[in-house]
Design a binder for this molecule. Sequence first.
Ligand code: SF4
Length: 250
Amino acid sequence: MSALDQKIEQVRTVLSAAIRDFPPVVFANSLGAEDMVLTDIIARNHLDIGMFSLDTGRLPQETYELMQVVRNHYAIPLQVYFPDSALVEAYVAQHGINGFYNSVENRKGCCFARKVEPLRRALAGKGAWITGMRRDQAVTRGTLAVSAWDTDNGLQKFNPLLDWTNKDVWAYIRRHDVPYNKLHDQFYPSLGCAPCTRSVTPGEDIRSGRWWWEDPNSKECGLHASRVIQIAHGTGVSAQKFTEQSTELV
Ligand code: SF4
């Protein structure tokens, strides 16, 4: 058995354990390369795992195109969650449509309204969720575990690709002809919202194209971190404190 086959087998084992021990299980599909690998493994093995994506309203056109391809290509339905309109309207009224460039706090406030709050709705009532996070993607991910209790969302979280390399991911995609986001061919290794993602030069850090104006230690979308910040100050939406959690959805 090749090293890649062993890793695929380990993913199947992790996913099966999640289904057995923490039903119902959902997969948060960011439509990045890693998540397309998981999509293919889940579909190919007919695993009882629901799949959802978050549409922040700011995604690149290529990601919407892939969303439609996934719907046509795989038998598993892809449920799409949208932000709460009142929350986004309040954020934009206070900070402006692109206010996330002004400070880390403003950026995390936007990520809260467009990603974290919809994620909470997507995870409500679930026993576990699956993400495609890999350990070597960012300095903020070095201490992650394959399976851990997600305190913020109150369910188990599995990262079955944690020890996969970028090379493993692309070897799987090529081997099984898995559909992927065409922006990856234009030096976008890590994909997210259009205004917060840019291409990188070969050899640059994978995450350097995300929120490139920020310190690397703050680069999580609020779906995967661990400190309390405050958003929506005086927006008409009650100010909310939240503990950043764990996932790279968008
Ligand atoms: Fe807003 Fe950028 Fe976060 Fe998307 S990635 S939710 S546009 S701050």
